[in-house]
Design a protein. Structure first.
Length: 343
């Protein structure tokens, strides 16, 4: 297993000692698209990729990716969480970027093959093997600003990870950005590198100026998502989250939390809501972020227009913890897979 030179110890409590995403299994799987067809799946050592400097991705940003986890089950074995949903979203992102559409059976085979190769590197839950398929346009043509890349490369990396947001129950600090957009109204649903690049300056500024962990994008007061997760308001009986539209990423964890919440008799409300409602809700309720890395992490405080507003006592609230525990238990096989999410 390899580590990047910058990898450093962050917490002895984490199941892997390196920061999320900096440690890689030795192998990756890879296919290429050319002349209208996909090549056979190759297994390669993880290392530099040969890319022509004129590659479409390097100039016109033709890249998308996915992020999912394989878990070590309590009773042995390894399962991937909601693989079909992640593959579907990967295809949707490819479609939105006019990249060649990777067939679901090829992507699934690449992921499963890699998990089999990395079995010994998978930590015990709540650690996991994070799986990162990436699709990039490789046509060598700097004149193709207005044309899709006719060639592409798809590869899958695997990275053993600990508990990304584990902060001993301490809530996250979130800056509310009520003017800027993370992406565009139609492209937020793509898991495209460009969306992260366009949000980055806001996240960097929030961290530097306010010590915030993330930014909640709320253009014109419309509460959407953070730079890397979906957003929920939670109380003893309800969950409130934005309904699916093209402006934000349709989180697989978001869907899982909603399903589990309904199962636990919460009333799930999917409707648009405003920053004013968030401020009102946190007088008595909880707020949380959902994502493959974050699972369901509590918000401890919001920074808004220069002032800080504490949520509860600043730690993860009891309903957030209850839902997060239910999801983690299912992911690691401690409770029955009653929705058929593990494969
Ligand atoms: C912008 C953004 N929104 C939401 C999510 C949550 O998606 P998921 O639950 O599928 O990981 C992520 C994380 O991948 C993300 O990057």
């Amino acid at each position: 297993m390899k580590e990047t030179p910058s990898a450093k110890l962050v917490s002895s409590a984490n199941h892997t000692a390196s920061p999320f995403g900096t440690q890689f299994c030795d192998h990756m799987t890879l296919v290429r698209f050319a002349d209208g067809r996909w090549s056979e799946v190759e297994t390669l050592p993880v290392g530099p990729l040969p890319l022509h400097p004129a590659s479409h991705v390097l100039h016109y940003g033709s890249s998308c990716f996915e992020g999912m986890k394989a878990f070590r089950m309590q009773n042995g074995g390894v399962r991937i969480f909601r693989l079909d949903r992640h593959v579907e979203r990967f295809q949707r992102s490819a479609e939105l970027l006019c990249l060649p559409l990777p067939p679901a059976d090829i992507v699934e085979a690449m992921i499963r093959q890699l998990v089999d190769l990395c079995l010994d590197d998978i930590p015990e839950a709540p650690g996991a093997l994070y799986l990162r398929p990436a699709l990039i346009g490789t046509e060598e043509n700097i004149g193709a600003a207005g044309a899709p890349s006719a060639q592409a490369m798809l590869y899958v990396l695997a990275s053993p990870v600990g508990d990304y947001f584990s902060r001993g129950g301490h809530g996250l600090t979130i800056l509310i950005e009520d003017q800027e957009l993370r992406s565009t109204p139609g492209f937020g649903q793509a898991k495209a590198g460009g969306n992260y690049a366009s949000a980055l300056r806001h996240v960097v500024k929030a961290r530097k100026e306010h010590g915030a962990d993330q930014v909640l994008f709320c253009p014109n007061g419309d509460v959407q998502e953070t730079g890397a997760s979906n957003f929920f308001l939670i109380n003893d009986s309800q969950l409130l989250t934005k309904p699916l539209d093209a402006s934000f990423l349709h989180g697989v964890t978001r869907d899982s939390v909603i399903t589990l919440a309904r199962d636990l008799n919460y009333d799930v409300i999917e409707r648009d809501f405003t920053v004013a409602e968030v401020m009102d809700w946190i007088q008595t309720g909880e707020a949380a972020l959902s994502g493959t890395a974050a699972v369901l992490s509590g918000v401890g405080s919001f920074v808004h227009k220069g002032a800080t507003y504490k949520v509860g006592d600043g730690s993860t609230g009891p309903n957030t913890r209850k839902l997060s525990d239910a999801l983690r238990a299912l992911q690691s096989g401690r409770t029955e897979d009653r929705f058929g999410w593990l494969s």
